[in-house]
Design a protein around this ligand. Sequence first.
Ligand code: ATP
Ligand code: MG
Length: 562
Amino acid sequence: MNESEKEEKPLDFIRSTVKQDQEDGKNEGRVHTRFPPEPNGYLHLGHAKSICLNFGIAEEFNGLCNLRLDDTNPVAEKTEYAQAIMDDLRWLGFDWEERLFHASDYFGQLHDWAVQLIQDHKAFVCDLTFEEMRELRGNLIEPGKESPFRDRTVEENLDLFQQMKEGAFDEGSKTLRAKIDMSSPNLNLRDPVLYRILDQEHPRTGSVWKIYPSYDFAHGQSDSIEGITHSLCTLEFEHHRPLYDWFCENLGIHHPQQIEFARLNLNYTVMSKRKMLRLVQEGHVHGWDDPRMPTLSGMRRRGFTAQAIKNFCERVGLAKRENVIEIELLEYCLRDDLNKKAVRRLGVLNPLKITIENYPSGQTEEVDAINNPEDEDAGTRKIPFSREIFIDRNDFMEDPPKKYFRLAPGKEVRLKYAFYITCKEVVKDENSEVSELICTYDPESRGGDSPDGRKVKGTIQWVDARSAVACKVNLYDRLFSNPNPEDGEEGKDFVDCLNPDSLEIVESALVEPSVQDFEVGEPMQLERVGYFCIDSDQPEDGSLVLNRSVAMRDSWAKKAKK
Ligand code: ATP
Ligand code: MG
């Protein structure tokens, strides 16, 4: 998208609000957003949407965006995750400068605000267990019942809260709760929990704290402390907004505006850290960065570019209602970006040997190949050619249908960048499988040009037998065979919807020699086969492993169906 197109595009509902606020001089015209992941897993494509939104708005409105690790639950959080979050953000190309914060930085302030609420008769220590609390909470039809501990005096509450903090009580035996309204139609306002007792080491605060704030008590106040102006979050927090507002108002602190948008959902995959963790822990995938995972680390390893992901997030746009995006759009965005960036190489996944009987044995030559027709600056390269070559088995048919334009007995095809060849003889092994083709070539057709105007419709890729490099290739398909694994089929767990063929390993593909010079993750197009990159996990023996990022549009399969 170029600049003028960008300007013409109508603003989405969040950007319209931000723009209006800025024009009205709200927050002195400041725009300050934040991206607040919990370090309890790796970032996924859904997070990318939130990242592009928060950092994007800051940039567009001349504002700032913070990175805040929302580390209020030491049970599930790890430094490994925190590090991975920062790596992924940097890879996507976003910079939080010196503004890396942690919710745990605010534990002291949050505690003092809890004390303030107690003093204002707005919070109390409750001895109900979580189970009992749930029972008294009521539901959407019935109002809740007040806790028998709700009328404790300020002194008693302050004393008990102090003891909670010092570790005098067992986990689960007491909580600090806000005193709001047990009959509110909004369940979140029915005396929500502010603090719970947890005897757990925190990765950053160690064993200093025996009590930890709830998400609701920490999140809005963290926004407030950082001077956030627009707190953008996903729709499931819509019903938490009155509570967000209640805390800011009752504490008398800076009040950011929470605005909700629909989560990104993609078909044929899951978009929740909890589910991804299960896939990893139960061994359905080979880790968080398995190239089939919708994590940013998995997508990077598969060969996604940061730009393709950003373009995708922009195309998806912002909605106020839940929706599911089709995975084809993601694949389209990747192909579209790689088509411009990826240099072309030749490779065959399923090699079939050809001996060119009229090519002098012992001779080699080099043909010129274009590196990227979409990018003149990418130049050309030389590829070796000699008497023995390999083509892809799929480009040969012994008994072809009428309009078959690739190789068949007696037929002529163009070897990309090289010569025309004609199939003279089919050699078979003891199992009657085709093991080799004997062909002739036309020395006058060098470079793939017709020497006498005769038409050759088919052009296929090939590699030279002497110089080709053997490699293993991972071909990825959708992780789930059900378009909607999150909901699953009736009575089925989402792992039951996994696609058993999501990874196909080609053990001995052949590629032209220069593929060895690529860096891990650097994109290439193997012509007619798809986009690939070198896997980050290379075997110790120095052999090569490629990942297919995405297939080419399978144009010939469509033609074959006609
Ligand atoms: P998950 O359900 O995968 O655990 P989460 O919302 O609990 O996701 P957080 O680490 O709390 O994960 O998310 C950080 C930010 O990213 C939040 O502001 C959250 O709203 C946003 N986010 C998470 N998932 C998505 C998604 N699928 N689409 C858009 N934004 C998302
Ligand atoms: Mg969460």
